[in-house]
Design a protein around this ligand. Structure first.
Ligand SMILES: *[C@@H]1O[C@H](CO)[C@@H](O)[C@H](O)[C@H]1NC(C)=O
Ligand SMILES: *[C@@H]1O[C@H](CO)[C@@H](O)[C@H](O)[C@H]1NC(C)=O
Length: 502
C-alpha cells in the first residue's frame, strides 16, 4: 500500500535542505559539465513509446487498433453497481483503480501538450495518437459527469484492489463507485475535470466541432458546481489526498475556461477573486505554476495582474534552477529534481514541460525570467529541461534508462499488475491470496513489456532499485508520462537547442 504523495510540508523546503542543495549544486554542475552539451538520444523513439504507455493503461473495451498485444478488454462492468456505464478511462498506475483527480490532470496536461506542441507532434506523426489518448479520457469524463451537480470520481475500492495482484482483464475485486454531489462536493475534482474538458475542447475545436462544444458545456457546468459548493472531497484519501486545497484548481480551471470562451466572467474571477501563490512544484496536486505560465502568456489584465502572474511564473523557475539565489528545490548529485520519493519523476517531466512552454512564450515576447535582479535567458530554461529529460533517458550517474523498453539497461520489473502477470484466459478466476506469491514476489523480469513507462525513479541519491516491490522506484503513473510528451516531441523535432522554428 502506498500513498501517491507523502504528506507534504508544502512547496517550501527547510533552510537545512536549501543549504544542502546549495552544496550539491557544485557537484551537479560538475556532472553536467562532464556529461557535456552533446548528449543526445533517440527522442522520437522515446516520444512514441511514452504515448504507448498511456495506451497500456486503458480501461474498457479496447479498439481494434490497440497496439498493446498483452492488453484486453477490462472493467467492462464499471458503473453497473449504479446501473450506469462508466467503462473506459485509465488505470492510474500499477493498480487497477480509476482515480478521478490525477486522471483529470493527466488529460489537462495532454490537451495542453496537443495545443503547445502541435507542429512537433504532427511532424513526428504522433498528433493523432495524442488526440486519441485525450479522447479516451474525455469520453469517460462525459459518462462520469452525465448528470448536473454530480460526478462519479472513482471506480474501484483501492484497499481491496491493493490486496490482489491481478491484471485488470481478470480482476474480481469490488468496482466500488465514488461520487460527488451537492451534499458531498469536491471542488478540486470538479475544477480539474473542468480544466481537462475546457482544454480538450480547444484541441478538438477544428476537427470535431460538436464534440468540442459538448466538452466545453460540461466544463462550464463542472466549474460552476465546483465554485458554488466549495469543499474538498477527501474520498480519494489516503491515496490521492489534496494537500494543496482547491484554490489552484479553481485558478487553473478558470484560466482554461477563459482561453476556451474568452468570457469576461472568467477573467474577472482570475483578476479579482482567485487566489494565486508562488510555489516550487507542478504536479497532480498543485497547478499554480501551470496557470501562471498560461496567464503570463495571455497578458490579459492591463492593470498589473499580468505582472503578478509573470512574476509568479518567474518565481517557479527561480525556485527550481540551481543557479539562482532563490532556488529551493533539491537537485540530486546527478542533477535530477527530487521533491519526494514515489512518482518523483512527475516533478522532473512536469518541470521540463513548463520550462519548454514558458521559454517559448518568453522568446516570442522578447522577455526573460527575472530572479530578483538576475535575468535568466529562455535558453537556460531549455537547457535545464533537456537535462531533466536526458537524465531519465540515460544521462545519469548509473548510465541507465528509467523508461521501460528504451535505451541502455531499461527497468525490467515495473510495479504494475498487468505487466507482471501472464496473459490469462478471459474468465480465469484468480486467487488473490496466491497472486502475490505467484506474480508479485518472484525476482524476475515482468513477462509483458510496459513499453514507454517512465518509472517513479531514483531516490535523492540517484539510487534506483529495479524490483517490483520497490514501488517508489518502479511504479509508473499516467501523469508522469503525459508531462513528458511535449518535451520529448520538442527534442525530437526541434533538436537539442529546443528552439522552435519560425
Ligand atoms: C501586456 O501587459 C502590459 C502591461 O500590463 C502591456 O503594456 C502590454 O501591452 C500587454 N501586451 C499585450 C500583447 O497585450
Ligand atoms: C523485494 O524483493 C526482493 C526480490 O525481488 C527481495 O530480495 C527483497 O527482500 C524484497 N524486499 C522487501 C522489502 O520485501
Amino acid at each position: 500500500m502506498k500513498n501517491k504523495r507523502a504528506p507534504a510540508s508544502g512547496g517550501v523546503r527547510t533552510v537545512a535542505l536549501a543549504i544542502l542543495a546549495a552544496l550539491l549544486v557544485v557537484v551537479s554542475g560538475a556532472v553536467q559539465a562532464a556529461a557535456g552539451a552533446a548528449v543526445s538520444f533517440n527522442y522520437k523513439d522515446a516520444l512514441s513509446k511514452s504515448i504507448m504507455f498511456l495506451e497500456a493503461q486503458r480501461s474498457g473495451k479496447l479498439p481494434p487498433n490497440n497496439r498493446i498485444k498483452w492488453r484486453g478488454d477490462s472493467g467492462m462492468e464499471d458503473g453497473k453497481l449504479a446501473h450506469v456505464d462508466l467503462t473506459g478511462g485509465y488505470y492510474d498506475a500499477g493498480d487497477n483503480v480509476k482515480y478521478g483527480l490525477p486522471l483529470a490532470f493527466t488529460v489537462t496536461t495532454l490537451a495542453w501538450t496537443a495545443l503547445a506542441f502541435k507542429p512537433e507532434l504532427q511532424a513526428a506523426g504522433e498528433l493523432n495518437n495524442v488526440h486519441a489518448a485525450i479522447r479516451w479520457g474525455t469520453d469517460y469524463f462525459l459518462k462520469c459527469a452525465a448528470k448536473k451537480n454530480h460526478m462519479y470520481v472513482q471506480v474501484g475500492d483501492p484497499n481491496l484492489d491493493h490486496q490482489c495482484w491481478v491484471r485488470p482483464e481478470n480482476m474480481n475485486t469490488p468496482r466500488t463507485l465514488y461520487e460527488i454531489d451537492d451534499k458531498t462536493p469536491g471542488t478540486e475534482i470538479a475544477a480539474e475535470t473542468a480544466a481537462a474538458l475546457a482544454a480538450s475542447s480547444l484541441v478538438f475545436r477544428d476537427t470535431d466541432k460538436g464534440y468540442s462544444r459538448r466538452l466545453l458545456n460540461k466544463a462550464k457546468l463542472l466549474y460552476q458546481f465546483g465554485r458554488s459548493h466549495m469543499k474538498t472531497y477527501d474520498g480519494e484519501c489516503p491515496f490521492y489526498c489534496s494537500y494543496s486545497g482547491y484554490n489552484d484548481e479553481l485558478l487553473w480551471a478558470a484560466t482554461w475556461l477563459y482561453m476556451a470562451t474568452k468570457r469576461q466572467a472568467y477573467a474577472d474571477f482570475i483578476s479579482h477573486e482567485a487566489i494565486s501563490s508562488s510555489v516550487a512544484e507542478f504536479s497532480w496536486d498543485l497547478k499554480y505554476p501551470g496557470a501562471q505560465v498560461l496567464l503570463a502568456d495571455l497578458n490579459m489584465t492591463a492593470n498589473g495582474g499580468l505582472q503578478s502572474f509573470k512574476t509568479q511564473a518567474d518565481n517557479f523557475v527561480c525556485a527550481v534552477l540551481p543557479d539562482t539565489p532563490f532556488h529551493q528545490v533539491f537537485i540530486t548529485p546527478g542533477g535530477m529534481i527530487h521533491l519526494r520519493d514515489g512518482a518523483n519523476t512527475q516533478y522532473v517531466t512536469g518541470t521540463a514541460f513548463l520550462f519548454v512552454v514558458y521559454s517559448d512564450i518568453l522568446l516570442r515576447s522578447g522577455q526573460q525570467v527575472m530572479c530578483g535582479s538576475q535575468p535568466i535567458p529562455p535558453a537556460r530554461l531549455k537547457e535545464f529541461a533537456k537535462q531533466q529529460i536526458d537524465y531519465l533517458l540515460g544521462a545519469n550517474p548509473r548510465g541507465r534508462s528509467y523508461v521501460v523498453g528504451f535505451g541502455v539497461n531499461p527497468p525490467t520489473q515495473p510495479h504494475h499488475r498487468g505487466a507482471s502477470t501472464p496473459v490469462l484466459k478471459p474468465g480465469t478466476v484468480v486467487n488473490c491470496g496466491m497472486s502475490f506469491g505467484d506474480w508479485f514476489a518472484p525476482d524476475r523480469p515482468n513477462p509483458n513489456e510496459l513499453t514507454g513507462a517512465i518509472m517513479g525513479g531514483p531516490d535523492g541519491n540517484d539510487e534506483f532499485v529495479d524490483k517490483r516491490n520497490a514501488s517508489s522506484c518502479t511504479e509508473p503513473c499516467t501523469y508522469i508520462n503525459s508531462l513528458s510528451i511535449g518535451p520529448l516531441a520538442a527534442l525530437a523535432v526541434r533538436g537539442n537547442d529546443l528552439v522552435a522554428s519560425q
